[in-house]
Unconditional design. Structure first.
Length: 193
């Protein structure tokens, strides 16, 4: 192989005429796809960041869908229910439902909270907070049942109602006290004529 053959290996063109006849593309033609690629990456990153932020905010503020798990009490996988102290001073609350044909609801609700045998001051603080919010609790119970329809207050929905009430009381009313269980000693729904 000669030296001239080695020079002719580039795209089959001769060195003299090939360099001047080949044009280089440049300018905005090469820059546009690069700009579009980075813009797409930026928009994708922005969408990802916003999505993660919204999900994180909902989880932190309990604003996401509430997951209520009501299990079968006859299940062999449920442990013993803990013993609670009970707050009974709410009394009887009577109100009307929001139905067109009005129903009367009469409820006596008892709130269960943790027994604190190790730290009696914590138990005293819970009792004090419950007692100081007695009228707020009565008003909450009245408003809660007044916002419901009679069909929502059927006996088969009682566990779901208790769970909703417990979550709302713990979230809205109490600073330190936590309600662990709710019992209805009276729960009557009657049509008003």
């Amino acid at each position: 192989m000669s030296d001239t053959d080695a020079l002719d290996m580039e795209d089959g063109e001769s060195p003299e005429g090939g360099a001047s006849s080949k044009k280089k593309k440049g300018g905005i033609g090469n820059l546009l796809p690069t700009i579009l690629k980075f813009a797409a990456i930026g928009i994708g990153a922005l969408v990802f960041i916003v999505t993660v932020s919204v999900i994180t905010y909902n989880v932190m503020k309990d604003g996401g869908k509430q997951q209520t798990n009501i299990t079968d009490p006859s299940s062999p996988y449920i442990g013993q229910k803990p013993l609670f102290d009970w707050y009974t001073d709410i009394g009887t609350v009577t109100t009307k439902t929001r139905d067109d044909v009005t129903h009367s609801v009469s409820v006596v609700m008892i709130l269960g909270y943790d027994k604190r045998e190790v730290d009696p001051t914590s138990n005293a603080n819970t009792v004090m907070e419950l007692s100081s919010r007695k009228y707020e609790l009565q008003d909450f119970v009245r408003r809660y049942f007044a916002s419901k329809y009679a069909d929502e207050l059927k006996p088969e929905n009682e566990d779901r109602l208790k769970q909703e009430i417990k979550e709302q009381i713990n979230k809205r009313l109490f600073d330190k006290a936590r309600i662990r269980d709710i019992t209805f000693t009276k729960f009557d729904v009657m049509e008003v004529f």
